[in-house]
Write a protein that binds this ligand. Sequence first.
Ligand SMILES: *[C@@H]1O[C@H](CO)[C@@H](O)[C@H](O)[C@H]1NC(C)=O
Ligand SMILES: *[C@@H]1O[C@H](CO)[C@@H](O)[C@H](O)[C@H]1NC(C)=O
Ligand SMILES: *[C@@H]1O[C@H](CO)[C@@H](O)[C@H](O)[C@H]1NC(C)=O
Ligand SMILES: *[C@@H]1O[C@H](CO)[C@@H](O)[C@H](O)[C@H]1NC(C)=O
Ligand SMILES: *[C@@H]1O[C@H](CO)[C@@H](O)[C@H](O)[C@H]1NC(C)=O
Ligand SMILES: *[C@@H]1O[C@H](CO)[C@@H](O)[C@H](O)[C@H]1NC(C)=O
Ligand SMILES: *[C@@H]1O[C@H](CO)[C@@H](O)[C@H](O)[C@H]1NC(C)=O
Ligand SMILES: *[C@@H]1O[C@H](CO)[C@@H](O)[C@H](O)[C@H]1NC(C)=O
Ligand SMILES: *[C@@H]1O[C@H](CO)[C@@H](O)[C@H](O)[C@H]1NC(C)=O
Length: 527
Amino acid sequence: MNLLSVAILVFLSIFTVCHGKDKASLPNIVILFADDVGYGDLEVYGHPTSSTPNLTKLAEGGLVFTQFYAGAPVCSPSRAALLTGRYAVRSGIYPGVLVPTSTGGLPHNETTIAEIVKTRGYSTSMVGKWHLGVGENGTYLPTNQGFDEYLGVPYSHDMCPCYNCFYPNDPCWNTCDLNYTYCPLFNNTDILEQPVNLTTLDATYVQRAKSVIQRNANAGTPFFLYYAFQHAHHPQFASKEFRNATARGTFGDSLAELDWCVGQVMEQLESSGVLDNTLVLFTSDNGPSLRNENRGGNAGLLKCGKGTTYEGGQRVPAIAYWPQRIAPGRTTELAGNMDFLPTIANLVGATLPSVALDGVDMAPILFEGKKSARDTFFYYFTEPNPKYGIYAVRYNQYKAHYYTQGQQNSDEFNHDKDCRPSANRTLHDPPLLYDLDLDPSENYNLSSKEYSQILAKIQEIKSQFESTMVWGESQVKKPTSTAVEPCCKKDCTPFPDCCQCHRPSWSSSILSTLGNKDFAKLRWTRN
Ligand SMILES: *[C@@H]1O[C@H](CO)[C@@H](O)[C@H](O)[C@H]1NC(C)=O
Ligand SMILES: *[C@@H]1O[C@H](CO)[C@@H](O)[C@H](O)[C@H]1NC(C)=O
Ligand SMILES: *[C@@H]1O[C@H](CO)[C@@H](O)[C@H](O)[C@H]1NC(C)=O
Ligand SMILES: *[C@@H]1O[C@H](CO)[C@@H](O)[C@H](O)[C@H]1NC(C)=O
Ligand SMILES: *[C@@H]1O[C@H](CO)[C@@H](O)[C@H](O)[C@H]1NC(C)=O
Ligand SMILES: *[C@@H]1O[C@H](CO)[C@@H](O)[C@H](O)[C@H]1NC(C)=O
Ligand SMILES: *[C@@H]1O[C@H](CO)[C@@H](O)[C@H](O)[C@H]1NC(C)=O
Ligand SMILES: *[C@@H]1O[C@H](CO)[C@@H](O)[C@H](O)[C@H]1NC(C)=O
Ligand SMILES: *[C@@H]1O[C@H](CO)[C@@H](O)[C@H](O)[C@H]1NC(C)=O
């Protein structure tokens, strides 16, 4: 070999490392997204009676975040934030959440993580709770947003009548929402089962997740799996193995089943031989639903919960796992679910969408043990309104509340009156200021002269950010219509009870015992 060919070879290999990442070396990405699991709910975050051994194992081998934020304090906007790397006010996923009759959804011109990794040849799959719209003919379902395949219930499993939560046929805590059609289980845009059988749902999800991993590993195709649990949102449910299995009641049972699913996914990554080449990210969509009290999760020492812009509403557990690349430990660096998109895009060598992004690349924290590129975080309320704008700003360890407000998900009977829905929106001028490192529970207002420079700096950051914020048209406020509600028997009567389709494997014992008539009665007499 002469010098020139050596030089060419060296150049080519450098070029390959920097640009050409061939398909085989592209890492797989798995996002495990829990529902309403609070900062204090996992064993590894200190809960004394939860049983989450697989998440503990993930945490022991991975990087555990203590300052990680969901992009919003409720479900739909948090999911929009995760998948687009943008505050959901930009994509119009506000106020509140989408419902089964919503005609809107995540706009098709938003770029999702799935669409980004597809440009690099990834296979993209979603399993579980979508909650970014169904719409007419399922136009907003995941398969129209960059996912090759989808299996799941497309919204919360309490947005439908619920009747059978624990194996084999124990009732749910209540009857959930009787105004909508039974919860559907979608396969792509087809309904596989309606009502979905919650006691077999996790087995169904896990089976799909495992087959996605196995199939892609066999084919040598890099894959992105977005697995969003229905757990541990109320009503809690569980299969045979987890019914009455924990010391923490139904919430604990639900969480234990979630943990089992995590274990199943990890075992499959290992047995398929791709564990070493897979980035696994675990987090939750928002804080605990305190109105459900002991059935609603725990924010640990953080103030309030779901729905609020206090820490309990948005600071959530998060674990990043990749033994080959991520050193195990704990980090106090600031990060959030909007950071997944730029992190993943850069990792796989994809181009970032040319939109205003709110996420930052987490690579320095994950792979280099360095400081976060993020030093600010903006908190938008559950019902964001351009008139009030951002409720709170975090800057380094400081957090300034311009407005505070309670919220129904944080419970009318909360011991802390600030969390209650009766705690009306309150303007703070000067803003309330907390040092979250010293005072994570937001108890001691520092907003005095001594801190005027910090407050001035935060004000400057806030004004600058808000002056460039473009609010998307609200998708949630679009008129609702029962015509878009999922029904496996289009145009059947009497609607919505007639929307029932069972998989052949169903024993359908409970429906025949109760009789559909009883359900029809329940449906319209609920107060
Ligand atoms: C998507 O389209 C809407 C309506 O035309 C527009 O207002 C919005 O800015 C677009 N969003 C993106 C990310 O291009
Ligand atoms: C939904 O499907 C119906 C029947 O095929 C069609 O008439 C209608 O235009 C479709 N709507 C959308 C938004 O695709
Ligand atoms: C169901 O609809 C009725 C009548 O529109 C309404 O009063 C009630 O609040 C709804 N129930 C739920 C759980 O949304
Ligand atoms: C899901 O849909 C795909 C095609 O859309 C089909 O090939 C597959 O068999 C379906 N799976 C189930 C469980 O029905
Ligand atoms: C659990 O056990 C209790 C008492 O042993 C029983 O009442 C309850 O129905 C069981 N099932 C669930 C799902 O908690
Ligand atoms: C994790 O989950 C699997 C099943 O998913 C289970 O067999 C195992 O015992 C769990 N615990 C640990 C520590 O792996
Ligand atoms: C909140 O506002 C409502 C409506 O204006 C009012 O009735 C209520 O008293 C207020 N609550 C408190 C705690 O001030
Ligand atoms: C926070 O502290 C500032 C300065 O002492 C004070 O003006 C403000 O009223 C305090 N806010 C509350 C809600 O106590
Ligand atoms: C749900 O599945 C379980 C396990 O197969 C079965 O025993 C139960 O009867 C099913 N529930 C309904 C409502 O069919």
